[in-house]
Design a protein around this ligand. Structure first.
Ligand code: ATP
Length: 349
């Protein structure tokens, strides 16, 4: 039983609405009374302004020793401030090469249920920009090994989670070398998974089809920048960034986060929708083998959202703290309804 396993997690609230949404997620975690110990670590742009460091070596060490990290949000200031993004620092330091972004609708009339696998370590995010006579030039790095790693992650996920199909998303008709290699390697990996249907789409056509017929997609497999754009676009299909969680996975470490950024326009006002961070927490619990509890969280969120108990971004009136209290109430009601029977709880999936 999952309850016998003891786990250690680090919570990194970060900037802007990060502290509000991670506080909400932590309150939900506490309600579940799981054998998980927490440490809350400082880091991000605001921390950098105070200390000159994105994150202290001691906090980074605790993150590296944790079974998982729950991350809030990071502010990326425009221009060259000297700040090294906390998100990118963690992705590099912890070798978090795979980014997994599920897009699932809570609307019973919607059929959106897909997962985006985004390569997390290269493409334009290698941040190698050079001055040229009339502007700047940037490196787009695509390697065989990183492409193979994300392709394996996507295809093995598809097999383990009974997903029927993987769509490789690229622009190999224009970017013949970089996207050409990504496409070739993905198809090679696909040949080892004959049980999974493989398709391909050019990224621009993919965005259009995603909006016209999202139910035709199951797992999407793509490079770093395309994955970033596709996942924000896909979030719009299910109610926006307030509902979109993500996971960053490596060989030894895993970090879970809402897809949204620090949303400075609503920070500190108790207006943020904590659902994305709470769904990221559910992904983290699944990773830590607390699968029943992850289902309970999703079931409780579904109940709330379907009865219109939402924050303002989804048309409701609840403040962050009020939404959190409603969710905790719903989780407690579930426990009363289902007694201690896991079977009954899992019917909420
Ligand atoms: P980044 O570059 O880090 O992605 P950004 O400012 O481009 O940051 P976000 O911070 O994700 O993008 O937010 C975009 C807008 O979406 C915000 O200004 C805010 O209005 C809205 N938003 C984002 N997250 C939430 C949330 N959890 N709840 C409510 N509104 C949100």
């Amino acid at each position: 039983m999952s309850q016998n396993l003891s786990r250690k997690i680090c919570i990194l609230p970060g900037d802007g609405i990060g502290p509000e949404v991670t506080t909400s997620a932590l309150a939900v975690l506490r309600t579940l009374e799981l054998p998980i110990s927490f440490s809350i670590e400082a880091g991000g742009y605001e921390h950098y302004l105070e200390t000159g460091q994105t994150i202290s070596p001691a906090s980074l060490k605790r993150c590296m020793e944790a079974d998982a990290i729950l991350y809030g949000a990071n502010t990326n200031p425009a221009g060259d401030s000297g700040y090294q993004s906390l998100t990118l620092l963690l992705r590099d330091s912890l070798a978090l090469h795979g980014n997994i972004r599920p897009v699932l609708s809570f609307d019973p009339d919607s059929a959106v249920d897909l997962v985006i696998f985004r390569e997390n370590s290269e493409c334009l995010y290698v941040r190698e920009e050079r001055e040229i006579p009339d502007g700047y030039d940037a490196t787009r790095r695509i390697t065989r090994s990183a492409s193979e790693r994300i392709a394996r992650l996507a295809f093995s996920y598809a097999r383990e989670n009974s997903r029927r199909q993987v769509t490789i998303v690229h622009k190999a008709n224009v970017l013949r070398k970089t996207c050409g290699l990504f496409r070739e390697v993905c198809f090679q990996v696909a040949s080892e998974y004959p049980d999974i249907e493989v398709r391909e789409e050019l990224v621009d056509a993919c965005v259009m089809k995603l909006f016209l017929k999202p139910s035709s997609f199951d797992v999407l497999l793509t490079t770093n920048l395309f994955g970033d754009i596709l996942s924000d676009a896909a979030a719009a299909l299910v109610g926006g960034l307030g509902l979109a969680p993500g996971a960053n996975i490596g060989e030894r470490h895993a970090m879970f986060e809402p897809v949204h950024g620090s949303a400075p326009d609503i920070a500190g006002k108790n207006l943020a929708n904590p659902t994305a961070c709470i769904l990221a927490t559910a992904m983290m619990l699944e990773h830590l083998q607390f699968k029943v509890e992850a289902s309970r969280i999703r079931g409780a969120l579904k109940q709330l959202i379907q009865r219109g108990a939402t924050t303002r971004d989804l048309g409701g009136t609840l403040l962050t703290s009020e939404f959190t209290d409603e969710l905790i109430g719903e989780l407690r009601t579930q426990t009363v309804r289902s007694g201690s029977g896991d079977d009954q709880i899992s019917t909420l999936r």
